[in-house]
Design a binder for this molecule. Structure first.
Ligand code: TXA
Ligand code: MG
Length: 323
């Protein structure tokens, strides 16, 4: 059910769940300091309780409520990219947002740029809610939502949703872990690796080298973001060959490609992946949901280009294919 901004802030204050828009994807929000409300988020999603949630804050000053301190790299990244699609993992104040942090000693903080998210955080803060814990508003392991309708598809009409239109970025925030010895890019996302490294003035450490200190992150699970259909990634040539081998027997298969691929039969379901990386990211989850809703068994996706601007899209497709 759609609700107003004032209702959403009040609901958060009362410990209820509210789905709200951000520039990346819709979040399923709860008061970060209300452990019971946070447990309800885990239960609604079907997400294991030790997978930490991102806490959304209105500005960098609010981050101090949750993080023990801001390392110089955090300050630099916040200055460049907040508000925006960047989550920072920082050392957590013991005793705050314990359930949201999944019991980790660290906390993931993000300041979203979406005006509706900003207004909600401000209104909630005025009622004493100092941060909103929110994973993506989809069932665990499924495709993230980029419209209010996607949220309703996953959770039904009983969930309160604040509608802010379709998300601009379309894939989740980049997650930078600053709680370990060296900075690690835990999840590629809305801001490119190159831009993050330029702002930090240094490169990310190899995640393997830091793996022993690594916390759990469902966004980093091998299999995630999956449609119901089996998704396969292939380059254009392999796709072409596979289709010629199949002949007219293409029932139950959909194509999602940038290039025009020769198809043997007229009945083939074909969807166009945008040529521009930003647009492709914006469209990705909505397109996969739309294709999945046709009931096809297989989605054959053309592997995106290797350029750094495609890293986030490539990552989501690889995980979807691993399911
Ligand atoms: O764009 C986004 O980041 C969206 C919107 C709603 O803000 N949120 C999102 O949340 O993608 P979620 O829960 O689907 O993914 C959060 C990721 C997970 O992989 C989680 O494990 C990781 O962030 N994370 C959160 N806190 C962490 C922590 N303290 N240490 C390591 N990873 C953490
Ligand atoms: Mg998610």
């Amino acid at each position: 059910m759609l609700i107003t901004l004032a209702q959403a802030a009040q609901a958060l204050k009362e410990g209820q769940l509210v789905a709200f828009p951000t520039e990346t994807v819709y979040g399923l929000g709860a008061d970060a300091n209300n452990d019971a409300a946070v447990s309800a988020v885990f239960a609604a999603k079907g997400r294991p309780a030790h997978h930490p949630l991102i806490v959304h804050v209105q500005n960098a000053a609010q981050a101090a409520h949750f993080a023990t301190h801001l390392p110089p790299l955090a300050e630099r990244l916040m200055q460049h990219f907040w508000p925006g699609p960047l989550t920072l993992i920082l050392p957590r104040h013991p005793g705050v947002a314990t359930a949201a942090a999944g019991g980790q000693a660290s906390i993931g903080l993000r300041c979203p740029a979406h005006p509706v998210a900003q207004a909600l955080l401000q209104a909630a803060q005025a009622l004493g809610v100092s941060g909103v814990a929110a994973p993506s508003a989809n069932r665990f392991g499924r495709i993230s939502p980029t419209t209010a309708a996607h949220v309703a598809d996953d959770f039904g009409d009983s969930l309160a949703v604040l509608d802010g239109g379709p998300c601009e970025v379309g894939i989740e925030s980049s997650i930078v872990d600053l709680s370990r010895t060296d900075p690690v890019l835990l999840r590629p996302g809305g801001i490119s690796r190159a831009d993050l490294q330029a702002a930090m003035g240094q490169r990310f450490a190899d995640p393997e080298a830091m793996a022993q200190e690594a916390p759990r992150a469902s966004g980093t699970l091998q299999a995630h973001y999956a449609p119901r259909a089996k998704l396969r990634l292939m380059d254009a040539r392999t796709l072409d060959t596979a289709l010629q081998v199949l002949g007219a027997d293409v029932d139950g298969i959909a194509l999602y490609t940038r290039q025009a691929i020769r198809v043997p039969g007229r009945s083939m379901r074909r969807y166009a992946m945008p040529h521009d990386a930003r647009v492709a990211a914006r469209r990705l989850f909505a397109d996969l949901r739309e294709i999945d809703a046709t009931g096809v068994r297989l989605i054959w996706v053309e592997t995106p280009p290797d350029g750094p601007e495609w890293e986030g899209v490539h990552d989501r497709l690889r995980r979807a294919a691993a399911a």
